[in-house]
Design a protein around this ligand. Sequence first.
Ligand code: 5GP
Length: 195
Amino acid sequence: MKELKKRIREEGRVIGSEILKVDHFLNHQIDPVLMLKIGKKFANIFQKKEITKVITIESSGIAPALMTGLELEVPVIFARKKKPVTLDEGSLVTEIFSFTKQVTNSVFIEKGMLIPGDRVLIIDDFLANGEASLGLTRIIEMAGAVVAGIGIVIEKSFQEGRMRLEQAGYPVFSLARVASLNHGQVTFIDEKQVQ
Ligand code: 5GP
């Protein structure tokens, strides 16, 4: 997605050689116009997959997930990182290691939020080692629902997330694929290789 790559080039800040900071349009301040375009793009990619729900993890996945759900006209669920007191017994829980925070969190969704027969689209802001997306696939399958696709806004292709998800049988569609962040520079995988 050309516009997204332009924004990453112009506004992204590289931290070390592994972290990309895009706090001006995705992770802190959110650009709703860009998010809507991202939602339209994902909706277009997954339109034939008969998606019944979109799922993400709070908080940075919510904006692109919401816009995708808006375009597909399906509900959007965000897995919670803190167990709310209102959560019913029997909620679905899995452990996810956070790449940016370097801690393991339990993430929760309410029982009954996903039902057998649901065809669920996972949307996330970044793909690094695949822990977040793999955690969501576990929760979807615990509920007896089906993973119908995975859509990622920014994939860091030099990390192993894509390989792990594909090996587990889940195809990944990313809007921007970063080949490297070496020397503070963002290099993308050739546009033609991006689905
Ligand atoms: P994974 O679970 O694939 O290892 O990492 C993906 C999650 O970690 C995303 O949900 C995102 O919140 C966070 N993350 C991973 N890499 C980056 C990065 O370079 N920049 C930002 N802002 N978040 C990242």
